[in-house]
Ligand binder design. Structure first.
Ligand SMILES: Cc1cc2nc3c(=O)[nH]c(=O)nc-3n(C[C@H](O)[C@H](O)[C@H](O)COP(=O)(O)OP(=O)(O)OC[C@H]3O[C@@H](n4cnc5c(N)ncnc54)[C@H](O)[C@@H]3O)c2cc1C
Length: 309
């Protein structure tokens, strides 16, 4: 079923003499979308009952309240490509979703007619190569599991954030997440060497570069990282890993003002150089929240002891 749309050419923008004619498919109902998706990826990979979608629809702060036409969980890259190809042909909006921990609502529907594409089933660690300092993780790998895979080989992936038990590699890259070690290692973009992604027409962009000294061509991975799914759906990435440090020290220092914190920061940087890998200014209100909700037993700033670990 299709209807056509006649558009006049834009005035004097290009030298066009003919009228443009686009074929626009008739909008599909949610039931039609769900059954088309089930035919592509199998019924067990499609959730169409709204009452069963809450885990995908409710973002952490519950600020956005739209439903979805369906949730689909493709079991393979090929299945995802087929879903994207079909959605493109039928003009169905897709919202990629990883761990659903994003705080700006970009992983949930805006109109309620889109399909949420969960990457949760693409959760394989493809390789960890400590000699090359690279690991390859699929988009659905939970960040904490990526940490564990690196650590099992005596390496570390230095991107830590409070949502790491749920956030997934595809979401972390797509939001160019930072976390507590940005100071030393940069945001997700700086830790990414290459990306594999399904483009809007279903083609697979194979950019899993693992070569550090690569100066060829355009850096498409830098466009895909931080694009929040607008340029493609990330299916896997090559990520930088580093040798695990033998030891580390953490100090909690009470300061009277942000200016005083800056002085401490500069002093630490002078003394420690690149060994300083995290520095966070924590306002007391953050500790107050944790005390009030039982996440801390005692106020750690109440009786400061130098060298607190
Ligand atoms: C307690 C908490 C602490 C946090 N701390 C930090 C922090 O310190 N620093 C920081 O930067 N952020 C932080 N965040 C937010 C952070 O962006 C997310 O936690 C995380 O990076 C998103 O990963 P996710 O898998 O949950 O992605 P989602 O929330 O599922 O998605 C995030 C975005 O990426 C897109 N997306 C998801 N997967 C893909 C994919 N495979 N391909 C293309 N697009 C995709 C989504 O459409 C959406 O636009 C925190 C969040 C919480 C809840």
């Amino acid at each position: 079923m299709s209807e056509s749309l006649d558009l006049e050419p834009p005035p004097r923008l290009w030298h066009m003499s003919a009228t443009c004619r686009f074929e626009v498919p008739m909008p599909l109902s949610s039931a039609e979308i769900a059954s088309a998706l089930a035919a592509i990826v199998g019924a067990d990979a499609v959730i169409s009952d709204t009452s069963k979608m809450s885990a995908w629809l409710n973002e952490p702060r519950k600020r956005f309240h739209k439903t979805a036409a369906a949730v689909v969980t493709p079991p393979s890259v090929e299945a995802l490509q087929a879903v994207v190809r079909w959605a493109n042909a039928n003009r169905i909006g897709l919202i990629p979703q990883g761990g659903n921990t994003g705080l700006v609502g970009a992983q949930v529907p805006l109109f309620g007619t889109e399909v949420i594409v969960s990457l949760a089933r693409l959760d394989r660690m493809r390789s960890v190569d400590t000699a090359a300092g690279v690991m390859t993780a699929e988009a659905g790998v939970i960040l904490e599991n990526a940490h564990k895979s690196a650590e099992a080989q005596g390496a570390m992936f230095p991107l830590w954030l409070a949502s790491q038990g749920s956030a997934r590699i595809g979401g972390v890259l797509s939001s160019n997440a930072g976390g507590v070690n940005v100071l030393a290692y940069g945001n997700a973009r700086e830790l990414t060497m290459g990306v594999e992604a399904v483009l809007a027409d279903g083609r697979l962009y194979q950019g899993l570069n693992a070569l550090k000294k690569d100066n060829t061509g355009y850096d498409l991975k830098d466009l895909l990282v931080g694009a929040e799914g607008t340029l493609g759906i990330i299916t896997a990435a090559t990520l930088k890993i580093f040798p695990l440090p033998e030891d580390h020290e953490t100090a909690l220092v009470n300061v009277a003002s942000p200016e005083a914190a800056l002085e401490v920061f500069q002093l630490m940087r002078q003394r420690l150089g690149s060994r300083l890998n995290a520095f966070e200014l924590i306002p007391h209100i953050g500790l107050d929240f944790q005390l009030r909700h039982g996440m801390l037993d005692a106020d750690p700033t109440a009786s400061p002891s130098p060298g607190t670990r």
